[in-house]
Design a protein around this ligand. Sequence first.
Ligand SMILES: [Zn+2]
Length: 117
Amino acid sequence: MTSRDEIRDVKALRDDLDADARRRGHDMSWRLGPNATRKDHAYFWVGDCVNCGANMRCALGSSSCQGVRDARKVACSGPGTVVLTEIEAGRALELAADAVAEFGRQVAENLRRAQDD
Ligand SMILES: [Zn+2]
């Protein structure tokens, strides 16, 4: 179980990150991360800007970004631009899928060559 001290510290970090993001124009919507209150799971928060879709997460002593726009670093691109972020995220997934497929083709080719030797 997450201690009260840990919950307090993570919330304080979330609030600091939120204030910092607001200075860059973001309007963060925060929610507890998946399984964040379950035993033996990390207690963390996930935030997305309602205007531009920038993302960040915070846990005990750390923060990160899981999206294509890092709310900790970039300025808000304004209301209604979340759709552009969604398009960019979709394209990033397509590129990753293509790269994984190419990797699989190269592994298969290398296995064929190794068997021929
Ligand atoms: Zn924003």
